[in-house]
Write a protein that binds this ligand. Sequence first.
Ligand code: PEP
Ligand code: MN
Length: 365
Amino acid sequence: MKLKPIFEDVKRPVQILGPCSAETEEQVLETARQLAENNAKVDLFRAGIWKPRTRPNSFEGIGAEGLQWLKKVREEYGFKITTEVANAQHTYEALKAQVDVFWLGARTTVNPFSVQEVADALKGADVPVLVKNPINPDLKLWMGAIERLYNVGITRIGAIHRGFSKFGKSVYRNIPQWQIPLELKREFPDIEIITDASHICGNRENLYEISQFALDLNMDGIMLETHPTPDDAWSDAAQQVTPKVLQENILSKLIVRSEGADDPLFLHNIEDLRSQIDLIDKEVIQLYADRMNLAEKIGEFKLQNNIAIYQQGRWSDVLERAMDKAGPLGLSETFVNRILKAVHQESIDRQEEVMKASQGKSIEK
Ligand code: PEP
Ligand code: MN
């Protein structure tokens, strides 16, 4: 798959700004006016026209009429425009209005039937499409939506990372799980990724921090929701800020770090550190292999003595000892916990193999 960029000539970070929803013509135009007045760099002006809401009886979007307001924004302020399409009808309407960039929402990406419907409606149209991650942390589903668009001939495809839903409490409305967009980039190295900080945060407090972190991870841009009177917004009020606050407290404070540098001293130093890291990784892998060989020996021993593989007391000891050592070394409990759980699981699997092999069966994975 050879994806083409959507924002090739745009200075990083790409900025997609605008209200969650188009509510009235005045609100849409006023948002654009205030963005312009505050000198915000608007690479794309966003507004939802058809709003997929989690529960009924919320504002479900103004419909096709709102496209005319977006067109006015483009005419009066020169901002390119983008909106969400979720079915064939939306797609035809947006094509008719010559929307510059289309986007698929999280609730669309999650459903291959809907993605296919939009893809089929786009067949033959050379428009760029941004694909939001699905609601659930499923990389394959995200990739699948991108592939469905590619298969109908769309080549300018980008991704929007808007976080993943969770059950229970978190500081974020949608937890970022940064490893998933990074993995998407590994699978599709040409893809441009935009971080939708507004939907990750769900509130105003962490917008700057998430946006900066996105840039530190070398994401291509950010999407942020803005409204002239955020508290009165018809959707997502808690996460919207005025264009002035957006520009002054968030956008103007972002620090863009360059991906590579030409400075030979910098390159020398970083190469040196990277080779030390590579060496450590090699040693760590060897140590894990040694550890697993020992686990297998223990498995054989347990087998001969008819002892259960899982020993609660032993596992608690291992964990506790590692935590005692990790704290003073500055390693977080979460990190150590994750590693040890993975190691312990692998160790159990290896011992199980030993037991099964003795019964003449190998376990299915
Ligand atoms: C939106 O961008 O307003 C929206 C509905 O987002 P998501 O699809 O990420 O929930
Ligand atoms: Mn929104």
